[in-house]
Design a protein around this ligand. Structure first.
Ligand code: MG
Length: 296
């Protein structure tokens, strides 16, 4: 059984011949939002329909970290190491403080409620960037069905707390990630899952004062979509897909694939040296060790 597919020979150096794609936790309904805590030696992830955040500890196993979780989805850590979370149910982005209290980062824009924040990243200046598609308010499965008040935008909350819609021409913005030098921002548009709606990753140039320009299509994942993505230290983009995780070079060509038996939603690098890829995929979480290091 092969755990990967090499398309560009250079990808052969990224994988280890004897490292498996290993299920490390299973029995969930739809998992997303993996985030690694090296200091605590654990992975947190969302089991969205079951309204809980789970915690996996190597050698110990999986337990509930937070329930209810307000149907949390994507997570990341800020530059101080605090957990930052998107909540469908709360229609907000929150930060969990060191004492366990919750601070609301964003829940409305120009007097209207956010839709259902989906994925979040934190830049080196501490600003929080997140996507706000409608998926978590479209049904009661992954949140609370309710009225959409805002277009599905990408927002930036700067370190002073000022919030701005920075990308407003998306159908359904979903996964997002910076290049290691933060000169490029990748944002996936996963559309409304209707035929003809956009299903691709766009790339923006990040200029002075974090202003964005460009926005051309970088790559269209097939099969599946770029629900979640992360960059390795050389600037290769690792994206979710229906058949696993695709590794895409900075010029947009697919270098290779990690094959996963369930549809992948999100991924993150973690473990010692950030060379282990944690993959949330439908009912399970998988991990594979790579000959690569990831960024945040
Ligand atoms: Mg997502």
């Amino acid at each position: 059984m092969s755990f990967f597919e090499i398309i560009d020979p250079a990808f052969g150096k990224f994988v280890l011949g004897n490292a498996p794609v290993k299920p490390i936790a299973t029995g969930f309904d739809w998992v997303e939002g993996p985030v690694w805590f090296g200091d605590l030696n654990c992975l947190l992830f969302s089991d969205i329909p079951n309204n809980r955040i789970m915690r996996w500890i190597p050698g110990v196993g999986t337990s509930v970290f937070r329930e209810p979780s307000n149907f949390s989805n994507g997570h990341t850590r800020d530059r101080q190491g605090r957990l930052v979370s998107c909540e469908h149910g709360g229609r907000r982005v929150t930060r969990t403080e060191f004492d366990g209290s919750i601070t609301v980062i964003a829940d409305s824009y120009e007097g209207k409620r956010l839709n259902s924040p989906n994925d979040v990243i934190v830049a080196s200046d501490g600003a929080i960037w997140f996507t706000d598609p409608h998926y978590g308010i479209a049904t009661d499965y992954e949140g609370h069905r309710s009225e959409q008040e805002l277009h599905c935008n990408v927002y930036r909350v700067d370190p002073s707390g000022t919030m701005q819609a920075v990308l407003t021409d998306f159908n359904c913005p979903n996964g997002l990630a910076f290049s290691p030098d933060e000169k490029k921002l990748y944002v996936a548009d996963t559309g409304r899952m209707h035929s003809g709606d956009p299903q691709h990753i766009r790339v923006f140039s990040v200029g002075e004062d974090w202003r964005l320009s460009g926005g051309e299509v970088f790559h269209a994942i097939s099969p599946g979509c770029a629900d979640g993505m992360r960059l390795d230290t050389d600037g290769n983009l690792w994206s979710s897909a229906a058949d696993g995780v695709h590794c895409i070079a900075p010029d947009g060509h697919v270098m290779g694939k990690i094959l996963v038996p369930e549809t992948v939603s999100n991924l993150c690098f973690g473990g010692r040296g950030k060379h282990r890829l944690f993959i949330t995929a439908t009912t399970s979480v998988y991990a594979i060790s790579l000959n690569r290091s990831g960024t945040l």
